[in-house]
Write a protein that binds this ligand. Structure first.
Ligand code: SF4
Ligand code: SF4
Length: 468
């Protein structure tokens, strides 16, 4: 297959869709919402119409439908992951990021393999099984060999019953050859945010470094897929440009991948612009309000029901919980966005707020788990699809039958049980056991439910890593 080199973000087309579908009559919007209820996704023009809706009554219907779809497909499960920053050396000049190359005050560091192992032990002690490996872009300080060695180290670290079972990787756009190496090293999802799909804004936001090449960045997923990585994660940094345009850009990107490779994106991340060291928000005229951001998440949920949606710790706790219900399926917990921030000596200050961006939700995973359980959710540490080869089109095929819930639900229960056995305080364990009992009842197939109960006993007897 030939690597894509064409720019498939046609701005004129996006604007024409937005213009033609602005302020449609309520009955047309209602028609789109009704179609969205079937959870088969939406056409670009329909997305253009919904994302421009401002009528409060219609917005409430959009939110209600997003909650319904979220509940139907993802139930009340929330998959946990943690970012792991291993190097903040960066040759790029992204104006919104604290790691940009001209930030001379930034303390630059790159973790040694021993330090990475220490960080992983700390993450495993929090119960994490899935991480997102993050680096800045620096050909000398952070070449692909360093990343591959880091991945090997991470997969090897076993602390008690802890192990990392899936490494998603977020590194700069690179060549097919290097993506192939990541594939061989056991990458989960390859994640790369386009940040903004708007060309002029992209140019302004990325004045220097290799990332300033829009087309190279845009076509990274094509090269990753060509190299055999079939789970890719898209993302926009909301606040750089008009959110309506960005949502359409995400649609165009996902469609493009679907057309060329037969499978769209596995996840979409929805970070929102936050303050960072050396970055003020005064120069960003497109910041997204809480109200509009709610709409972004709900409309994306309707548009691509089977694509996982990831939220970071950038959002404050109460609001973050509200967004969960609208469509978020994966969250980071106990995150530190500084390099080497998880493992500290007693009394040492966490480096989190001197990092890539400011973290607003500083709850520990345990606090977050308790609050999720109280709201009827079950935390999940599941990584089963990746490990049983259910990636790319195999994953989508299962997801679209609606049968995926019969796999995700028992896997959430089993992995949460592992967490309770290995890491939880007595208080959380009690709350967690009640949660498990409630969630067992939600498994619709009796044989699957019976098998899950059987496996819960095996976990109590010391077995680990059981999944469907
Ligand atoms: Fe470097 Fe990434 Fe920050 Fe840009 S966003 S400055 S590439 S770390
Ligand atoms: Fe994700 Fe697959 Fe686990 Fe469901 S079963 S939570 S889709 S890894």
């Amino acid at each position: 297959m030939k690597t894509e080199t064409k720019d498939f973000i046609d701005e004129q087309y996006i604007w024409s869709l937005l213009d033609a579908n602005r302020e449609l009559p309520a009955e047309e919007i209602n028609g789109i919402i009704d179609r969205a209820k079937e959870a088969r996704g939406l056409e670009p023009w329909e997305v253009a119409a919904l994302i421009q809706t401002t009528d409060e009554e219609l917005l409430q219907r959009i939110y209600a439908t997003a909650r319904e779809i979220k509940e139907k497909i993802y139930g009340r499960r929330m998959v946990f992951f943690a970012p792991l920053y291993i190097s903040n050396h960066c040759v790029n000049g992204c104006v919104y990021c604290g790691y940009h190359s001209s930030n001379r005050d930034m303390h630059r560091r790159k973790l040694s393999m021993e330090e990475i192992a220490e960080e992983v032990r700390a993450l495993e002690e929090m119960g994490h099984k899935r991480i997102a490996l993050e680096t800045g872009e620096h050909p000398k300080e952070c070449p692909i060999e360093y990343v591959l060695e880091a991945m090997r180290t991470i997969y090897e670290v076993q602390e008690g019953n802890g192990n990392i079972r899936r490494i998603n990787v977020n590194i700069a756009a690179t060549t097919v050859d290097e993506y192939r190496k990541l594939k061989e090293a056991g990458i989960g999802t390859y994640v790369l945010f386009q940040e903004t799909y708007h060309h002029e804004t992209y140019r302004k936001m990325h004045p220097s470094g290799p990332k300033s090449n829009y087309l190279w960045h845009l076509t990274a997923m094509d090269r990753a897929m060509e190299a055999g990585i079939d789970d890719v994660g898209l993302g926009v940094l909301f606040g750089l440009y008009d959110f309506r345009f960005e949502v359409m850009g995400l649609m165009m990107h996902a469609r493009h991948l679907e057309e060329v490779f037969g499978v769209g994106c596995h996840t979409i991340s929805v970070p929102r612009l936050r303050p960072a060291e050396g970055v003020s928000l005064d120069n960003f005229p497109h910041l997204v309000s809480d109200q509009d951001f709610r709409k972004v998440i709900a409309v994306l949920r309707l548009a691509v029901p089977y694509t996982g949606m990831l939220l970071s710790t950038r959002e404050r706790p109460g609001y973050r919980d509200e967004l969960f219900a609208l469509g978020i399926s994966q969250i980071s917990a106990g995150s530190c966005t500084g390099v080497g921030g998880y493992r500290q000596e007693p009394g040492e200050r966490r480096e989190c707020n001197t990092a890539q961006f400011v973290v607003e939700d500083e709850r520990t995973p345990e606090q977050l788990i308790q609050s999720l359980c109280v709201s009827g959710y079950i935390p999940s540490y599941c990584t089963a699809c990746y490990r049983s080869g259910r990636t790319g089109d195999r994953f989508m095929a299962l997801a679209k039958t609606g049968e995926i819930g019969n796999v995700c639900q028992p896997n959430a229960i089993l992995t949460f049980k592992e967490y309770l056995e290995d890491y939880a305080s007595p208080e959380t364990r009690e709350l967690g056991e009640q949660t498990i009992q409630r969630h067992l009842e939600l498994i619709t197939s009796k044989p699957v439910r019976d098998k899950t109960v059987e496996r819960l006993h095996l976990i109590e007897q010391g077995q680990r890593d059981l999944y469907f």
